[in-house]
Design a protein around this ligand. Structure first.
Ligand SMILES: Cc1cc2nc3c(=O)[nH]c(=O)nc-3n(C[C@H](O)[C@H](O)[C@H](O)COP(=O)(O)OP(=O)(O)OC[C@H]3O[C@@H](n4cnc5c(N)ncnc54)[C@H](O)[C@@H]3O)c2cc1C
Ligand code: SF4
Length: 562
């Protein structure tokens, strides 16, 4: 098969790329690792756990015999285990001392079927962080250049929030915000007293009908997939729009192994393994777009070895797979608001995750005000959720225990820190020299440990929670003993970082390979550092910009048409 462009992955980045390229009239072949997502069959919302065979936990034997047996939290439950949406056939390795948790959704739409929708803009405080505090590399772009692309992405996706005028998260173009819950009003007052902002998050959830999709009906099941498409996901937005052009060929259950090269070392297509027949198939294109979700993009490129690229395609810099960054996650404080004990339940579970957050407030005026550089943000959750997760905190049994569960139901709260790690020479991915997966593809291997800077943020956030709980008159029951495992956040960055110098960066500022000009990358692997914000809206924005540049290159004849 020959196509003008080739798109590996159909998630937030790949889905956006194929929509834009198809709508521009290019013939696009999208190769997706797993099956097609079908919300009618794959999401089981609006059912109570007692309606489900395994009470929401899923069949305990479902991973028996699989190469990677670890279940994925939140998104992979009986509500969304559907027809084999998550990756358990392809194993990966952790080097000694590394405990990376690599959650992968192989179905079309990828993890963006189940994402948490937090969608803040990055700002110059992020792009020029290296200039401000002297650590690492600046991004090759500034806010003025990127801001119109953020607007375009927000207008397309539909992001609910308010104008806040804060330097760490510039304002955008928003739908009406999600309403605050009782807990948010109390937390906001407490936070004000200790000088910490508590504001509506930027949430890609449709508070009003938008872009042909209906307004949210607040069932609170978002992390299990939305059955009506009321938040941005490729399944409801980009994939049907690309298909409507009739310019899309979508290959499913096609696991890409490597990018193929021509006699000059340029990309000429990809080789994939058909999961059903287990045969390897080659497909050819004028341009290849990799959007397999950060570390998997690096995996494919590292496995794309040829006489031109003995260390992996487009890797003359030696930076491919390096600079792996992630968000340190963990709960620095949980407890309850006694003023809400015994109150009647309210519909607090309207967004399943984040309605409000504490955007970065540290090191804003002086980049070295704190013991750590950069900064972190915090999300607060609680109130009347789907399940009383606090049951373990309450003593007793029988009817008193049941009464207490009800009494505490509106009142419990907890925090989630989102702290960026710094690039480090010891944090990277490479190919495991010993191990191959069940399809014969050399496995990806992780090398990663939390660094001192993010651990200082973790300690700082625990003290903030002590102060906050005191100022709210709340009971602090505890904090996580350790941050969560690396990889948990799903916001990894850096392994194909972009920048102007071909000796130091894998792609140029347009996410086009420095070495291979017909290879583009449309995921967070190009981001040279992690910020206190999440990555998906920026992935969409940077992909829009990359595709615009690519189309211009087609027009100017840089890429020959098929
Ligand atoms: C529960 C949850 C909460 C989240 N919360 C947030 C949040 O609040 N805000 C935020 O910004 N982000 C959040 N995320 C992360 C967000 O989902 C990702 O940032 C986003 O999906 C990344 O987009 P992507 O296109 O790079 O990858 P994905 O959306 O994962 O798509 C990758 C695609 O590549 C395909 N693929 C992978 N490997 C191969 C291969 N070898 N061959 C062929 N195809 C391949 C996959 O099948 C998939 O289609 C959350 C994720 C989850 C699961
Ligand atoms: S709360 Fe809204 S966006 Fe989330 S699953 Fe329900 S309808 Fe969809």
């Amino acid at each position: 098969m020959t196509a003008k462009t080739f798109d590996v992955g159909t998630g937030a980045g790949g889905g956006t790329a194929m929509k834009i390229l198809c709508e521009a009239g290019l013939q696009v072949c999208a190769v997706n690792s797993g099956p097609r997502t079908d919300p009618d069959k794959d999401y089981r919302q609006h059912r109570q756990v007692y309606d489900l065979k395994f009470r929401g936990y899923g069949n305990p034997l479902r991973l028996q015999g699989k190469a990677h047996q670890e279940p994925y939290s939140v998104e992979e439950s009986e509500y969304s285990e559907g027809r084999d949406l998550f990756e358990h056939d392809v194993a990966y390795s952790n080097s000694p001392g590394t405990d990376w948790y690599w959650k992968r959704c192989k179905a079309t739409g990828g993890k963006a079927n189940f994402w948490g929708r937090s969608s803040a803009r990055f700002g110059d405080i992020d792009f020029k962080a290296a200039e401000l505090d002297g650590f690492g590399e600046n991004w090759p772009v500034d806010y003025e250049e990127i801001s119109p692309w953020f607007s375009k992405a927000e207008r397309y996706m539909g992001v609910a929030s308010t104008v806040q005028k804060r330097p760490s998260n510039p304002d955008g173009e928003y739908l009406p915000p999600l309403p605050f819950r009782c807990i948010d009003c109390i937390i906001q007052k407490g936070a004000e007293k200790i000088g910490v902002p508590y504001l509506p998050d930027r949430c890609a959830q449709l508070t009003v009908a938008h872009n042909g999709r209906p307004a949210c009906h607040y069932c609170g099941n978002c992390s299990r997939g939305c059955d009506v498409g009321s938040f941005f996901s490729p399944t409801w937005f980009t994939i049907p729009q690309a298909e409507a052009t009739k310019n899309l060929t979508l290959l499913t259950n096609a696991l890409v192994r490597a990018v193929l090269v021509d006699e000059k070392g340029n990309a000429r297509g990809v080789a994939y393994v058909d999961r059903t027949s287990r045969r390897e198939i080659e497909v050819y294109a004028k341009v290849v777009v990799l959007a397999a979700s950060c570390v998997e993009t690096a995996h494919i490129m590292l496995n794309s070895k040829s006489r031109h690229w003995p260390a992996g395609i487009a890797n003359s810099s030696g930076e491919l797979g390096k600079n792996l960054c992630d968000h340190l996650y963990g709960n620095p404080g949980y407890g309850c608001l006694p003023q809400l004990l015994g109150q009647p339940p309210t519909p607090d579970n309207i967004a399943d995750s984040t309605i409000a957050w504490m955007p970065r407030w540290q090191n804003l005026k002086n980049p070295r005000e704190e013991k750590f550089i950069r900064g972190y943000s915090v999300y607060m959750g609680g109130g009347c959720g789907g399940f009383p997760g606090y049951y373990g905190q309450i003593d007793g049994f029988g009817s008193k225990f049941k009464r207490d569960i009800k009494r505490y139901y509106p009142a419990t709260i907890g925090a989630l820190i989102q702290a960026p790690s710094l690039p480090s020479p010891t944090n990277y991915v490479d190919i495991d020299p010993e191990k191959k997966d069940t399809f014969g593809i050399p496995q990806l291997r992780f090398h990663f440990r939390w660094g001192d800077n993010e651990l200082l943020m973790w300690e700082h956030s625990k003290q903030v929670m002590i102060d906050l709980f005191k100022s709210m008159g709340a009971e602090l029951w505890g904090a996580d003993a350790e941050p969560t495992r690396p990889g948990t956040s799903l916001h990894e960055t850096g392994v194909c970082r972009f920048g102007n110098d071909p000796k130091k960066f894998v792609t140029n500022k347009w996410a086009q390979g420095h070495d291979v000009s017909n290879l583009y990358i449309c995921d967070a692997s190009i981001f040279p550092s992690c910020t206190d914000k999440t990555t998906t809206m920026p992935i969409v924005a940077f992909t829009m910009r990359t595709c615009d540049y690519m189309l211009d290159n087609f027009k100017r004849g840089v890429h020959a048409r098929a």
